[in-house]
Design a protein around this ligand. Structure first.
Ligand SMILES: [Zn+2]
Length: 387
Protein backbone atom coordinates (compact mmCIF):
# COMPACT_ATOMS: atom_id res chain seq x y z
CA UNK A 1 0.00 0.00 0.00
CA UNK A 2 3.07 2.27 0.27
CA UNK A 3 2.98 2.99 -3.48
CA UNK A 4 -0.55 4.27 -3.11
CA UNK A 5 0.46 6.48 -0.22
CA UNK A 6 3.34 7.98 -2.17
CA UNK A 7 1.05 8.46 -5.13
CA UNK A 8 -1.53 10.31 -3.12
CA UNK A 9 0.70 12.52 -0.97
CA UNK A 10 1.76 14.87 -3.82
CA UNK A 11 -1.84 14.98 -4.97
CA UNK A 12 -2.93 16.01 -1.50
CA UNK A 13 -0.28 18.72 -1.37
CA UNK A 14 -1.19 19.98 -4.84
CA UNK A 15 -4.85 19.96 -4.01
CA UNK A 16 -4.24 21.84 -0.74
CA UNK A 17 -2.22 24.45 -2.61
CA UNK A 18 -4.92 24.77 -5.26
CA UNK A 19 -7.60 25.24 -2.66
CA UNK A 20 -5.45 27.70 -0.73
CA UNK A 21 -4.73 29.77 -3.83
CA UNK A 22 -8.37 29.98 -4.80
CA UNK A 23 -10.04 30.44 -1.45
CA UNK A 24 -10.19 33.98 -0.21
CA UNK A 25 -13.56 33.92 1.43
CA UNK A 26 -14.21 32.72 4.97
CA UNK A 27 -16.70 30.07 3.77
CA UNK A 28 -14.01 28.63 1.56
CA UNK A 29 -11.68 28.54 4.53
CA UNK A 30 -14.04 26.37 6.56
CA UNK A 31 -14.61 24.07 3.53
CA UNK A 32 -10.86 23.73 3.26
CA UNK A 33 -10.58 22.80 6.92
CA UNK A 34 -13.29 20.18 6.49
CA UNK A 35 -11.49 18.84 3.47
CA UNK A 36 -8.17 18.55 5.20
CA UNK A 37 -9.79 16.70 8.14
CA UNK A 38 -11.37 14.21 5.73
CA UNK A 39 -8.14 13.88 3.86
CA UNK A 40 -5.98 13.16 6.88
CA UNK A 41 -8.62 10.68 8.09
CA UNK A 42 -8.34 8.93 4.70
CA UNK A 43 -4.58 8.77 4.96
CA UNK A 44 -4.85 7.45 8.51
CA UNK A 45 -7.08 4.64 7.27
CA UNK A 46 -4.53 3.90 4.60
CA UNK A 47 -1.69 3.78 7.12
CA UNK A 48 -3.63 1.49 9.42
CA UNK A 49 -4.28 -0.86 6.48
CA UNK A 50 -8.03 -0.20 6.27
CA UNK A 51 -7.89 0.30 2.51
CA UNK A 52 -11.60 0.20 1.67
CA UNK A 53 -12.41 2.90 4.21
CA UNK A 54 -9.43 4.91 2.93
CA UNK A 55 -10.72 4.74 -0.66
CA UNK A 56 -14.18 5.86 0.34
CA UNK A 57 -12.77 8.81 2.23
CA UNK A 58 -10.34 9.74 -0.50
CA UNK A 59 -12.97 9.56 -3.24
CA UNK A 60 -15.25 11.74 -1.19
CA UNK A 61 -12.49 14.17 -0.37
CA UNK A 62 -10.59 14.41 -3.61
CA UNK A 63 -12.94 16.20 -5.98
CA UNK A 64 -12.40 15.03 -9.54
CA UNK A 65 -10.99 17.99 -11.40
CA UNK A 66 -8.48 18.48 -14.20
CA UNK A 67 -5.65 18.52 -11.63
CA UNK A 68 -6.62 15.30 -9.87
CA UNK A 69 -8.14 13.10 -12.56
CA UNK A 70 -4.79 11.57 -13.53
CA UNK A 71 -4.18 10.66 -9.88
CA UNK A 72 -7.52 8.85 -9.83
CA UNK A 73 -6.58 6.85 -12.93
CA UNK A 74 -3.15 6.05 -11.52
CA UNK A 75 -4.66 4.93 -8.21
CA UNK A 76 -7.20 2.66 -9.94
CA UNK A 77 -4.61 1.17 -12.27
CA UNK A 78 -2.40 0.44 -9.30
CA UNK A 79 -5.28 -1.47 -7.68
CA UNK A 80 -5.88 -3.42 -10.88
CA UNK A 81 -2.20 -4.32 -11.20
CA UNK A 82 -2.29 -5.66 -7.64
CA UNK A 83 -5.33 -7.76 -8.53
CA UNK A 84 -7.61 -5.67 -6.28
CA UNK A 85 -10.30 -5.41 -8.93
CA UNK A 86 -13.17 -4.39 -6.66
CA UNK A 87 -11.17 -1.33 -5.59
CA UNK A 88 -10.18 -0.43 -9.15
CA UNK A 89 -13.84 -0.75 -10.13
CA UNK A 90 -14.92 1.53 -7.33
CA UNK A 91 -12.55 4.32 -8.44
CA UNK A 92 -13.37 3.98 -12.16
CA UNK A 93 -17.11 3.90 -11.49
CA UNK A 94 -16.66 7.04 -9.41
CA UNK A 95 -14.92 8.69 -12.37
CA UNK A 96 -17.59 7.60 -14.85
CA UNK A 97 -20.24 9.24 -12.65
CA UNK A 98 -18.50 12.65 -12.80
CA UNK A 99 -20.58 14.69 -15.23
CA UNK A 100 -18.22 17.67 -15.32
CA UNK A 101 -15.25 15.68 -16.69
CA UNK A 102 -13.97 16.55 -20.20
CA UNK A 103 -15.09 14.13 -22.94
CA UNK A 104 -11.69 12.46 -23.28
CA UNK A 105 -11.37 11.74 -19.56
CA UNK A 106 -14.93 10.38 -19.54
CA UNK A 107 -14.08 8.02 -22.39
CA UNK A 108 -10.90 6.92 -20.67
CA UNK A 109 -12.86 6.20 -17.49
CA UNK A 110 -15.38 4.08 -19.45
CA UNK A 111 -12.54 2.26 -21.21
CA UNK A 112 -10.71 1.50 -17.95
CA UNK A 113 -13.98 0.35 -16.40
CA UNK A 114 -14.45 -2.01 -19.36
CA UNK A 115 -10.98 -3.43 -18.68
CA UNK A 116 -11.86 -3.92 -15.00
CA UNK A 117 -15.03 -5.81 -15.95
CA UNK A 118 -13.06 -7.93 -18.41
CA UNK A 119 -10.42 -8.79 -15.78
CA UNK A 120 -13.20 -9.71 -13.37
CA UNK A 121 -14.76 -12.02 -16.00
CA UNK A 122 -17.90 -9.83 -16.24
CA UNK A 123 -18.00 -10.12 -20.03
CA UNK A 124 -21.48 -8.68 -20.64
CA UNK A 125 -20.68 -5.50 -18.71
CA UNK A 126 -17.26 -5.18 -20.34
CA UNK A 127 -18.89 -5.68 -23.75
CA UNK A 128 -21.41 -2.88 -23.05
CA UNK A 129 -18.62 -0.49 -22.03
CA UNK A 130 -16.47 -1.18 -25.11
CA UNK A 131 -19.49 -0.89 -27.41
CA UNK A 132 -20.12 2.62 -26.08
CA UNK A 133 -16.63 3.61 -27.20
CA UNK A 134 -16.79 2.43 -30.81
CA UNK A 135 -17.22 6.00 -32.07
CA UNK A 136 -14.42 7.39 -29.94
CA UNK A 137 -11.38 8.48 -31.94
CA UNK A 138 -8.94 7.49 -29.24
CA UNK A 139 -10.52 4.28 -27.93
CA UNK A 140 -12.36 2.66 -30.86
CA UNK A 141 -9.44 0.51 -32.05
CA UNK A 142 -8.59 -0.64 -28.51
CA UNK A 143 -12.26 -1.31 -27.79
CA UNK A 144 -12.62 -3.37 -30.96
CA UNK A 145 -9.59 -5.41 -29.88
CA UNK A 146 -11.13 -6.13 -26.49
CA UNK A 147 -14.55 -6.89 -28.00
CA UNK A 148 -13.01 -9.48 -30.33
CA UNK A 149 -11.15 -10.90 -27.34
CA UNK A 150 -14.47 -11.27 -25.49
CA UNK A 151 -16.20 -12.92 -28.48
CA UNK A 152 -13.22 -15.23 -28.95
CA UNK A 153 -13.37 -16.31 -25.28
CA UNK A 154 -17.11 -16.93 -25.49
CA UNK A 155 -16.91 -18.45 -29.00
CA UNK A 156 -19.54 -15.93 -30.07
CA UNK A 157 -18.29 -15.70 -33.65
CA UNK A 158 -21.50 -14.11 -35.01
CA UNK A 159 -21.30 -11.12 -32.67
CA UNK A 160 -17.66 -10.70 -33.62
CA UNK A 161 -18.56 -10.58 -37.31
CA UNK A 162 -21.12 -7.86 -36.63
CA UNK A 163 -18.11 -5.60 -36.02
CA UNK A 164 -16.82 -6.18 -39.56
CA UNK A 165 -17.64 -2.71 -40.92
CA UNK A 166 -16.03 -0.96 -37.96
CA UNK A 167 -12.95 -3.19 -38.26
CA UNK A 168 -12.64 -2.65 -42.01
CA UNK A 169 -12.63 1.09 -41.41
CA UNK A 170 -9.61 0.76 -39.10
CA UNK A 171 -7.68 -1.29 -41.74
CA UNK A 172 -5.90 -2.90 -38.79
CA UNK A 173 -4.25 -6.09 -40.08
CA UNK A 174 -4.34 -7.96 -36.78
CA UNK A 175 -8.06 -7.32 -36.28
CA UNK A 176 -8.81 -8.33 -39.88
CA UNK A 177 -6.76 -11.50 -39.36
CA UNK A 178 -8.80 -12.27 -36.22
CA UNK A 179 -12.03 -11.68 -38.16
CA UNK A 180 -10.86 -14.07 -40.89
CA UNK A 181 -10.41 -16.71 -38.19
CA UNK A 182 -13.93 -16.07 -36.90
CA UNK A 183 -15.16 -16.88 -40.43
CA UNK A 184 -12.96 -20.00 -40.41
CA UNK A 185 -14.48 -21.10 -37.09
CA UNK A 186 -17.97 -20.86 -38.60
CA UNK A 187 -16.75 -22.57 -41.76
CA UNK A 188 -15.38 -25.48 -39.70
CA UNK A 189 -18.75 -25.78 -37.99
CA UNK A 190 -20.63 -25.66 -41.32
CA UNK A 191 -18.21 -28.24 -42.74
CA UNK A 192 -18.99 -30.63 -39.89
CA UNK A 193 -22.66 -30.32 -40.92
CA UNK A 194 -21.86 -30.84 -44.63
CA UNK A 195 -23.14 -27.35 -45.57
CA UNK A 196 -20.66 -26.93 -48.39
CA UNK A 197 -22.15 -23.82 -50.04
CA UNK A 198 -22.06 -21.97 -46.71
CA UNK A 199 -18.50 -23.16 -46.10
CA UNK A 200 -17.25 -21.77 -49.42
CA UNK A 201 -19.03 -18.46 -48.83
CA UNK A 202 -17.59 -18.17 -45.32
CA UNK A 203 -14.09 -18.95 -46.54
CA UNK A 204 -14.33 -16.43 -49.36
CA UNK A 205 -15.27 -13.84 -46.76
CA UNK A 206 -12.32 -14.95 -44.61
CA UNK A 207 -9.95 -14.43 -47.54
CA UNK A 208 -11.47 -11.01 -48.24
CA UNK A 209 -10.69 -10.00 -44.65
CA UNK A 210 -7.22 -11.47 -44.78
CA UNK A 211 -5.94 -12.69 -48.17
CA UNK A 212 -3.01 -14.28 -46.29
CA UNK A 213 -5.13 -16.54 -44.12
CA UNK A 214 -3.45 -19.95 -44.35
CA UNK A 215 -6.28 -21.47 -42.41
CA UNK A 216 -8.90 -20.41 -44.99
CA UNK A 217 -6.80 -21.92 -47.80
CA UNK A 218 -6.19 -25.05 -45.74
CA UNK A 219 -9.95 -25.53 -45.28
CA UNK A 220 -10.65 -24.78 -48.96
CA UNK A 221 -8.03 -27.35 -49.98
CA UNK A 222 -9.69 -29.91 -47.73
CA UNK A 223 -13.09 -29.33 -49.36
CA UNK A 224 -11.67 -29.45 -52.90
CA UNK A 225 -9.84 -32.66 -52.00
CA UNK A 226 -13.04 -34.22 -50.64
CA UNK A 227 -14.79 -33.31 -53.89
CA UNK A 228 -11.90 -34.68 -55.94
CA UNK A 229 -11.12 -31.22 -57.33
CA UNK A 230 -7.40 -31.87 -57.04
CA UNK A 231 -6.18 -29.03 -59.27
CA UNK A 232 -7.93 -26.47 -57.07
CA UNK A 233 -6.65 -28.19 -53.92
CA UNK A 234 -3.05 -28.10 -55.25
CA UNK A 235 -3.41 -24.37 -55.95
CA UNK A 236 -4.54 -23.80 -52.34
CA UNK A 237 -1.49 -25.68 -51.04
CA UNK A 238 0.78 -23.59 -53.27
CA UNK A 239 -0.91 -20.46 -51.91
CA UNK A 240 -0.23 -21.68 -48.36
CA UNK A 241 3.45 -22.01 -49.25
CA UNK A 242 3.57 -18.42 -50.54
CA UNK A 243 1.62 -17.20 -47.52
CA UNK A 244 3.47 -18.99 -44.75
CA UNK A 245 6.54 -21.14 -45.42
CA UNK A 246 6.77 -22.09 -41.75
CA UNK A 247 3.30 -23.65 -41.70
CA UNK A 248 3.80 -25.44 -45.04
CA UNK A 249 5.46 -28.67 -43.66
CA UNK A 250 2.07 -29.62 -42.21
CA UNK A 251 0.41 -29.84 -45.63
CA UNK A 252 3.13 -31.66 -47.59
CA UNK A 253 1.48 -35.08 -47.29
CA UNK A 254 -1.96 -33.86 -48.42
CA UNK A 255 -0.38 -31.94 -51.29
CA UNK A 256 1.56 -35.04 -52.41
CA UNK A 257 -1.67 -37.02 -52.39
CA UNK A 258 -3.49 -34.45 -54.59
CA UNK A 259 -0.68 -34.42 -57.17
CA UNK A 260 -0.64 -38.22 -57.08
CA UNK A 261 -4.38 -38.29 -57.85
CA UNK A 262 -3.67 -36.06 -60.85
CA UNK A 263 -0.94 -38.46 -61.93
CA UNK A 264 1.50 -35.56 -61.62
CA UNK A 265 4.04 -36.90 -59.10
CA UNK A 266 6.98 -35.46 -61.05
CA UNK A 267 5.48 -31.98 -60.90
CA UNK A 268 5.00 -32.33 -57.14
CA UNK A 269 8.62 -33.39 -56.61
CA UNK A 270 9.88 -30.47 -58.65
CA UNK A 271 7.86 -28.22 -56.40
CA UNK A 272 9.04 -29.89 -53.19
CA UNK A 273 12.67 -29.66 -54.38
CA UNK A 274 12.16 -25.92 -54.82
CA UNK A 275 10.68 -25.77 -51.29
CA UNK A 276 13.70 -27.62 -49.90
CA UNK A 277 16.15 -25.34 -51.75
CA UNK A 278 14.40 -22.25 -50.44
CA UNK A 279 13.72 -23.31 -46.84
CA UNK A 280 16.07 -26.22 -46.03
CA UNK A 281 13.15 -27.83 -44.12
CA UNK A 282 13.53 -31.47 -43.10
CA UNK A 283 9.95 -32.48 -44.07
CA UNK A 284 10.50 -31.23 -47.63
CA UNK A 285 13.89 -32.96 -47.73
CA UNK A 286 12.54 -36.34 -46.56
CA UNK A 287 9.69 -36.16 -49.05
CA UNK A 288 12.04 -35.29 -51.90
CA UNK A 289 14.41 -38.16 -50.99
CA UNK A 290 11.66 -40.74 -51.46
CA UNK A 291 11.38 -39.45 -55.03
CA UNK A 292 15.15 -39.59 -55.65
CA UNK A 293 15.22 -43.13 -54.27
CA UNK A 294 12.44 -44.32 -56.58
CA UNK A 295 13.41 -42.36 -59.68
CA UNK A 296 17.19 -42.85 -59.50
CA UNK A 297 18.71 -45.12 -56.85
CA UNK A 298 18.97 -45.55 -53.04
CA UNK A 299 22.66 -44.64 -53.18
CA UNK A 300 21.93 -41.37 -54.98
CA UNK A 301 19.32 -40.59 -52.32
CA UNK A 302 21.89 -41.34 -49.59
CA UNK A 303 24.47 -39.05 -51.18
CA UNK A 304 21.89 -36.30 -51.35
CA UNK A 305 20.92 -36.90 -47.72
CA UNK A 306 24.52 -36.79 -46.53
CA UNK A 307 25.19 -33.46 -48.18
CA UNK A 308 21.85 -32.15 -46.84
CA UNK A 309 22.72 -33.12 -43.24
CA UNK A 310 26.10 -31.44 -43.61
CA UNK A 311 24.41 -28.34 -44.97
CA UNK A 312 21.78 -28.14 -42.26
CA UNK A 313 21.85 -30.78 -39.50
CA UNK A 314 18.52 -31.77 -37.92
CA UNK A 315 17.63 -34.75 -35.73
CA UNK A 316 14.73 -35.71 -38.01
CA UNK A 317 17.10 -35.68 -40.98
CA UNK A 318 19.59 -37.82 -39.07
CA UNK A 319 16.85 -40.31 -38.15
CA UNK A 320 15.92 -40.62 -41.81
CA UNK A 321 19.58 -41.15 -42.70
CA UNK A 322 19.77 -44.06 -40.20
CA UNK A 323 16.58 -45.49 -41.70
CA UNK A 324 18.19 -45.43 -45.11
CA UNK A 325 21.25 -47.25 -43.72
CA UNK A 326 19.03 -50.02 -42.28
CA UNK A 327 17.83 -50.82 -45.79
CA UNK A 328 21.40 -51.47 -46.92
CA UNK A 329 21.94 -55.29 -47.12
CA UNK A 330 25.44 -55.49 -45.57
CA UNK A 331 24.65 -53.24 -42.57
CA UNK A 332 24.40 -54.36 -38.93
CA UNK A 333 20.67 -53.64 -38.72
CA UNK A 334 20.25 -54.50 -35.05
CA UNK A 335 22.43 -51.65 -33.82
CA UNK A 336 21.03 -49.19 -36.35
CA UNK A 337 17.48 -50.14 -35.43
CA UNK A 338 18.34 -49.43 -31.81
CA UNK A 339 19.73 -45.99 -32.68
CA UNK A 340 16.64 -45.24 -34.77
CA UNK A 341 14.30 -46.24 -31.94
CA UNK A 342 16.27 -44.06 -29.55
CA UNK A 343 15.99 -41.05 -31.83
CA UNK A 344 12.27 -41.71 -32.36
CA UNK A 345 11.72 -41.84 -28.60
CA UNK A 346 13.66 -38.59 -28.23
CA UNK A 347 11.63 -36.87 -30.94
CA UNK A 348 8.36 -38.14 -29.49
CA UNK A 349 8.93 -36.30 -26.23
CA UNK A 350 9.72 -33.10 -28.11
CA UNK A 351 6.86 -30.76 -28.95
CA UNK A 352 6.16 -30.47 -32.65
CA UNK A 353 4.74 -26.93 -32.55
CA UNK A 354 5.58 -23.66 -30.91
CA UNK A 355 3.81 -20.33 -30.87
CA UNK A 356 5.71 -17.65 -32.76
CA UNK A 357 4.03 -14.96 -30.62
CA UNK A 358 4.59 -16.24 -27.07
CA UNK A 359 6.76 -19.36 -27.33
CA UNK A 360 4.10 -21.79 -26.03
CA UNK A 361 4.93 -25.38 -27.10
CA UNK A 362 2.55 -28.19 -27.92
CA UNK A 363 2.47 -31.57 -29.61
CA UNK A 364 -0.99 -30.74 -30.98
CA UNK A 365 -1.76 -28.03 -33.48
CA UNK A 366 -4.20 -25.26 -32.47
CA UNK A 367 -5.36 -22.43 -34.70
CA UNK A 368 -5.64 -20.14 -31.67
CA UNK A 369 -2.70 -20.36 -29.24
CA UNK A 370 -3.99 -21.72 -25.88
CA UNK A 371 -1.59 -19.40 -24.09
CA UNK A 372 -1.67 -15.97 -25.84
CA UNK A 373 -4.80 -16.64 -27.98
CA UNK A 374 -3.14 -15.25 -31.13
CA UNK A 375 -4.43 -16.85 -34.32
CA UNK A 376 -2.37 -19.06 -36.67
CA UNK A 377 0.83 -18.64 -34.69
CA UNK A 378 1.41 -22.30 -33.74
CA UNK A 379 3.77 -23.67 -36.40
CA UNK A 380 6.22 -26.59 -36.69
CA UNK A 381 9.33 -26.00 -34.56
CA UNK A 382 12.40 -24.86 -36.50
CA UNK A 383 16.06 -25.71 -35.81
CA UNK A 384 17.95 -28.85 -34.77
CA UNK A 385 14.98 -30.58 -33.13
CA UNK A 386 12.39 -29.51 -35.69
CA UNK A 387 12.23 -28.56 -39.31
ZN1 LIG B 1 1.00 -17.94 -28.08
Amino acid sequence: MLELLFLLLPVAMGYGWFMGRNSVKQSDHSAKQDLSIKYSTGLNYLLSNQQDKAIEYLLETLKVEDDTVEAHFAMANLFRKRGELDRALKVHEHLVRQKQLPAQAKQQAAFELGKDFLSAGLYDRAEAMFHKLLKSKQFSLKSLTYLLQIYQSTKDWHHGLELKKAIEKTKDKKLLHTLANFYCELATLALSQDQFIEVIELLENALKCDPNSCRANWLLAKIYENHQQYNEACQCYKDIYSQDQEFFPDVIEQMANCYHQLDADDEFYQFIKKVYDETGGSSALIKYLSFVEQKYSPSKAQDFMLSAIKRRPTIRGFKHFIKMQINEPEQDNENLEMIKELISAYLNVKQRYNCRSCGFSSSTHYWSCPSCHDWEQLKPVRGLEGE
